[in-house]
Structure formats: C-alpha cells, structure tokens
Design a binder for this molecule. Structure first.
Ligand code: HMG
Ligand code: MG
Length: 332
C-alpha cells in the first residue's frame, strides 16, 4: 500500500513549530499592553524615504496582527524629521482602521501647539509629547532647554485635554546620555512627575541610546514609586544597542509595569542621538511574553510576516532574532 501524498495543508509549518511553550511566573502580570512604535520610532531614522502607501500598509498589517496601539507618525517640523513629513498624507489613509479593529489607538507625536493644530485638523484621538531628562538632548531634539520644552508642552497638554484627546508623555535619556553620561535618578523622576502633573495619562521612560541594565531599571522604578507614581502609570521604552532591552523589560515587569514599547522587526533609532539603535523588537518581546504565559493579543505569525515584508521594502534583513529564527525556519 502506498502512503497517501501529504497534502500541503498537513505539512508541518515551521512557524507553528517555532512557538514558545508557556510557563507562568506568578511574579509577573497576566497581560501586557504593547505600544508599537515601529511606524514612528522605527521609520523616523530611515534615510531612504518610505512611500506613504507602504507606511499605511505597515500600520494596517500591525493592527491586523493584534497590536492595539500603533504609534503612526509625528507632527514635528518636516525639516527636522523628513521621513515623517508625509504625516498629513498618511493619517487619512488610516481612517478606516479603528472601525476594522475596535479599540485600536493610533497616537501621533506632537512637540508644540503648531503640531497640535496639525493633529487636530486630522482628528487625532491620541497624541504624545516628548521631553528630555537631560539638557543637551532637549537642545538637540527640541531646540530648547529642558525647562523651555516643558513650557512648550504645557499648552499642548491643556488644549488636548479640552478636546478630549489622550496625551502620553515620553521622557528620553532616562538611563544615560551620550553627552552628559549618567543621569541622576532624582533628575529623571523630577521631569517625569512634571509631565504627569501636567496631565499626561502615562509616562514612557526612554532608554534612548540603549545603555540601561536591569539594576538601573529597578532603581529608577523604585525612585518613581517613592515619588508616589504607581507602576500602572509608567511604560518602558528600551532601545537595544547593548542587547539589554529584554532583560530590562523583565525587570520592569517584576516592578509592576504592564505597558511596554517595542518596534516591529527591531527597526529604529533617533536622528538626534546617533548612538541610538533600533528599539526592542516587538517579536522578541512577544516571544518572551508568550513564553511566560502573558497575554498580549498579538498573533506572532502575522507580526513576523509583516516584519519580513517590511524588511523587503527596506532592502535589508530585520535585526530581530525572533524574526530571523522564524523566517529562517520557514525557509528551511
Ligand atoms: P524650532 O526650529 O525651534 O521651531 O523647532 P520654532 O518654534 O522656532 O518654529 C520655527 C518654524 O517652524 C515656524 O515656521 C513654525 O511654524 C514651524 P515659520 O514661522 O518660520 O514659517 N514649526 C512647525 N512646522 C510644522 N510642524 C510643527 C512645527 N513647529 C514649528 N510641529 C521643534 C522646534 C520642536 C518644532 C523641532 O525641534 C522639532 O520638530 N523637533 C522634533 C524632533 C524629533 O521628532 N525627534 C524624534 C522624536 S523623539 C524620540 O525619538 C525619542 C523617543 O522615541 C523616546 C526615546 O527613545 O527616548 C520618543
Ligand atoms: Mg525611541
């Protein structure tokens, strides 16, 4: 008797084989919200202009992969970040996504009132302001002192609140600054508390240049706890320059943080901090979280396929280890 020919539908799928076997850790949360920053933080540093229809498809695919928050673009000065100068063209192309994915949020970065006017004209429901814990980065990124930048954000946050818009606060250089070196915890906590008191609903702590290690993360989160800021109001935003982003994330989860920023395929960097490399890759994060039995709502297969598609558009492989492993396994 001859064996029946294997139907393609029954062939083992490498992506199916390559999913982590979950083991829960009771010291960790049951659910994590991933704040996907690929289309904004990931693309802002790309030197070749990515066509607006590719950006729109990237965001649509990320939403379809189950990411509930996808930071779409920035209403910053187009000369400062030319890659995102097409924000006005991009945002209308995303208009039907929230109806297709109920609950989807598409925040945009806004540095000042001019940026807020542009965001309001395009009916943004979520924005983010972005401050610096250090003086040098404030001047390089925002052309102002750190205090002047805070003054710039105050009317933005107030007007956004009046318009019923949610404002996230970012704080950069929380763990080290390429020009100033180590950044004192009290300095970081001081700026962070000001953003929250201004009206930001959450504060994302940025390791802009990816130098943090887990002990530092725990110490900074302790500093915020001492200042009366609960972990639920904090998010972590790690760049992966020294391969520490996942370890740092685990330290943050142990301290009660449940919102983690990540970039599909590990894209990223900051044009105003050359030592910044890609963000924590969303796939690497999802692999770890699902391995720990933590719910994310993300379909890892769809996400990996999206990053593979985007890598082809950008003309180079994704730096994400999980993307490489799963796409490599699928090809083997
Ligand atoms: P400036 O040159 O000081 O601006 O830039 P200004 O207020 O003096 O205005 C000068 C001109 O720019 C005026 O036009 C304004 O209308 C115009 P004029 O009257 O001369 O014709 N202008 C604008 N036009 C369009 N949109 C605007 C806007 N604002 C002013 N929003 C500014 C100050 C803040 C605008 C500039 O420094 C800027 O755009 N910076 C953005 C830099 C940036 O996007 N960096 C990357 C994001 S931050 C990041 O990646 C870190 C993060 O991921 C967390 C982490 O990793 O740590 C979030
Ligand atoms: Mg960043």
């Amino acid at each position: 008797m001859t064996a029946p020919a294997a139907s393609p539908a029954h062939e083992p799928d490498a992506l199916d084989l390559g999913l982590p076997d979950p083991v829960r850790d009771p010291g960790l949360p049951e659910q994590v919200r991933i704040h996907e920053v690929g289309p904004r933080d990931g693309l802002q540093n790309e030197s070749g202009l990515v066509p607006v229809e590719v950006k729109a498809e990237f965001i649509a695919r990320l939403a379809a992969a189950g990411l509930g928050t996808v930071e779409a673009t920035s209403f910053v000065h187009p000369k400062w970040v030319p890659q995102l100068a097409d924000a006005e063209e991009l945002v209308p192309r995303l208009a039907d996504l929230p109806a297709r994915h109920p609950g989807l949020r598409l925040p945009v970065l806004v540095p000042n009132e001019r940026g807020l006017d542009r965001a309001l004209a395009h009916h943004a429901a979520d924005i983010a302001v972005f401050a610096s814990a250090t003086e040098t980065f404030a001047r390089r990124n925002l052309n102002r002192s750190a205090d002047e930048a805070m003054a710039m954000f105050r009317p933005v946050v107030a007007r956004a609140a009046e318009a019923g818009i949610r404002v996230r606060g970012y704080l950069s250089m929380c763990f080290g600054d390429p020009w100033e070196g180590p950044v004192p915890i009290d300095q970081v906590v001081g700026f962070g508390v000001r953003l929250l008191e201004m009206g930001c609903f959450e504060l994302s702590l940025g390791d802009t240049i990816g130098v943090a290690t887990p002990g530092q993360v725990t110490a900074l989160l302790d500093g915020f706890a001492r200042a009366g800021v609960p972990a639920e109001r904090l998010a972590v935003h790690f760049h992966d320059t020294y391969g520490q982003a996942l370890s740092n994330t685990l330290a943050a989860l142990r301290a009660g943080v449940t919102t983690v920023d990540a970039s599909a395929g590990g894209l990223g960097g900051c044009p105003y901090a050359k030592s910044a490399t890609g963000n924590l890759a969303t796939e690497d994060l999802v692999w770890m979280l699902h391995g720990l039995g933590i719910r994310t709502g993300v379909d890892l297969r769809a996400l990996v396929a999206t990053s593979g598609w985007m890598a082809q558009r950008l003309g180079r492989p994704s730096p994400s280890r999980t993307v490489q492993a799963l796409l490599g396994a699928a090809r083997a």
